[in-house]
Design a protein around this ligand. Structure first.
Ligand code: DON
Length: 305
């Protein structure tokens, strides 16, 4: 596995030049645009890494998967009374369909509007403890107590997060949720600013691969049903308005973030984390997508075989 990963990282690295760093959150421009890394954990818990796997990055939208898992596991399918499960074909931070479709109900939980709605739903139950609960759940999935908020990125998100504020206030104004907008946005910005490594993403993915069970401890964190619903939404919505293309070329339930991370779940086989901070025009890691495409072909990982 190590030799395969080293070779594929080398082949994919030039694709880092096909993307650019996210600059709408100024702090993210400090990332190394040429970085590329992967970690893959198998069903026995054995993890193999390649490339710049010691490079930290903020989890960004990949955290939306963890938020969804927590909401589904804690409150069941009632979450879908607030958030749909449909593709948008719009940018990840688009506001347009909040007004034109579903009267303030976001189309899915993996776009910004939907993650904000999911956090609002949780906050209506957990109040100010929402971030503490969600981040503890994420650390447990990653089995890494050291995961913390990158304060510089958090401050940068807060300073420049007016589109997210618009998404939250629009929903609150449409009576889509009753939670405090301040608590909701603060939780959202902090979740996006959690600093991780590719191994953390691979471990989080691995719990989904095992339908909710941490291999090493045997502990169940969520039900098979929660895992199945989440993997389905990752397949159809996880790569934003590139999800269809990604399904065709890679075929692995995945979720991307503008920090350059991608979390991928090969059911029953592998949990995968990749990093490549240079993003394509949809906001997905340019080299990360290429690397996953090559890996999928080489190891026959598409779920649509
Ligand atoms: O709210 C934002 O715009 C960022 N904190 C997260 C967006 C994101 O990662 C979308 N990913 N492709």
């Amino acid at each position: 596995m190590k030799t395969t990963l080293d070779r594929l990282v080398q082949i994919s690295r030039p694709y880092t030049r096909n993307g650019t760093l996210a600059n709408y959150i100024p702090e993210l421009t400090k990332a190394n645009a040429n970085a590329l890394a992967i970690c893959i954990c198998d069903h026995t818990g054995n993890c193999t890494q390649s490339g710049d796997f010691n490079t930290p990055f903020t989890i960004q939208s990949v955290s939306k998967v963890v938020t969804l898992l927590y909401a589904l596991e804690s409150y069941g399918e009632d979450v879908f009374s607030r958030i749909g499960v449909e593709q948008t074909a719009d940018a990840f931070n688009s506001i347009i369909k909040l007004e034109t479709r579903n009267q303030g109900k976001p189309l899915n939980p993996l776009i910004n509007a939907g993650a904000i709605a999911t956090i609002a739903y949780i906050a209506e139950h957990e109040g100010k403890g929402t971030f503490r609960k969600l981040s503890a759940f994420l650390r447990k999935m990653a089995q890494n107590d050291a995961i913390h908020v990158n304060q510089d990125v958090y401050a940068s998100e807060k300073r420049t997060g007016d589109i997210n504020r618009a998404l939250a206030y629009f929903q609150k104004g449409a009576n889509s949720f009753s939670a405090s907008v301040n608590i909701v946005l603060d939780t959202y910005f902090q979740m996006c600013s959690l600093e991780v490594h590719v191994k953390d993403l691979a471990r989080i993915a691995q719990v989904l691969t095992n339908n909710g069970i941490i291999i090493e401890t045997g502990e169940r964190l969520f039900s098979e049903k929660t895992a199945r619903m989440t993997k389905s939404i990752m397949t159809t919505c996880g790569m934003y308005d590139s999800s269809g293309h990604f399904a065709v070329t890679v075929g692995i339930p995945s979720k991307s973030g503008v920090g350059g991370g991608i979390l991928s779940v090969v059911p029953g086989r592998y949990g995968i984390g990749t990093l490549g901070p240079a993003l394509d025009e949809k906001g997905n890691s340019a080299a990360g997508v290429e690397l996953l495409s090559l890996l999928s072909q080489e190891l026959n990982l598409s779920i649509f075989q």
